[in-house]
Design a protein around this ligand. Structure first.
Ligand SMILES: N[C@@H]1[C@@H](O)[C@H](O)[C@@H](COP(=O)(O)O)O[C@@H]1O
Length: 259
């Protein structure tokens, strides 16, 4: 696991965009994209690179991390709609190459199994972007999630519903249930990139990176991954005991070694 501490959210976005750009330029790539506010700066930077530098997403494929149960894809807060308006519709990515979970599927268990199979049939995910919830969740894998879980239905904590209430107007409108890639599913991506900005994420980042590997902090599963990069700003790094070492290691990073 590599911890990259950047001074500002803009620098975080630039580092994350560098990782995605490298994968996109290397050939047809499969991206795992996350919603939430954390990756928004990275999407804006990638859109800028598409317009200014000709970064071409036409051969990329995208799988979403999670989805609310009960919302049609057309609902403006469905993650399918959000990722279209924040990213896919603003670059040259064919919406047919965007894959999401159907939160209105009649048989949610079958939908979850279909999704894992679709990811596998696409050859797996090359780069998976992740945010982190204030309770350490990734995707919608709330504390207590099995570290080897597959895509499935989960019940949101009251805290997560409150955290997401601003997107809906009222907490009463936030669904109680979601479909989310499991921690085991996420762990099969070839490169995990977790992004966090702001002091509100400092405790969750410290628990994920320096705490024990535990279902109590689902993001700690990154500690088991062979290629995980955690990109944070100074505020989100505020509770890291080894922050000086991470900065030192970055300064001395071999020039041939990429993130
Ligand atoms: N399902 C999403 C997560 O994927 C995201 O990481 C989290 C944090 O969101 P934000 O980045 O807005 O803090 O929110 C939701 O729960």
């Amino acid at each position: 696991m590599e911890i990259v501490i950047r001074s500002t959210p803009d620098e975080v976005a630039s580092t994350v965009a560098d990782i995605v750009e490298r994968s996109v330029r290397a050939g047809p790539t499969t991206l795992g994209l996350a919603t939430g506010s954390s990756p928004l700066g990275s999407y804006r930077e990638l859109i800028r690179r598409h317009h200014d530098d000709g970064l071409d997403f036409s051969s990329a494929r995208v799988f979403l991390l999670d989805e609310y149960v009960g919302l049609p894809k057309s609902h403006e807060q469905s993650y399918f709609s959000v990722i279209r308006s924040e990213f896919v519709d603003r670059v040259d990515l064919d919406p047919d190459r965007l894959h999401g979970l159907d939160g209105r599927a009649h048989d949610l268990a079958a939908e979850a199994a279909r999704y894992d199979a679709a990811i596998a049939a696409a050859g797996g995910i090359d780069v998976q972007l992740l945010g982190i919830g204030s309770d350490g969740h990734i995707g919608f894998n709330e504390p207590g999630s099995s570290l080897t879980s597959r895509t499935r239905i989960k019940t949101l904590t009251e805290q997560t519903r409150l955290d997401n209430a601003s997107f809906f107007g009222s907490v009463d409108d936030v669904p109680h249930h979601v479909l989310t890639q499991g921690l085991g599913t996420i762990g099969e991506a070839r490169h995990l990139v977790l992004v966090a900005v702001g002091a509100g994420k400092a405790d969750a980042i410290a628990a994920a990176v320096e705490g024990p590997l535990t279902a109590f902090c689902p993001a700690s599963v990154l500690q088991l991954h062979r290629h995980a990069t955690v990109v944070v700003d100074e505020a989100a790094a505020g509770r890291l005991a080894l922050a000086d070492y991470y900065r030192y290691a970055l300064r001395h990073k071999p020039t041939w070694q990429q993130f």
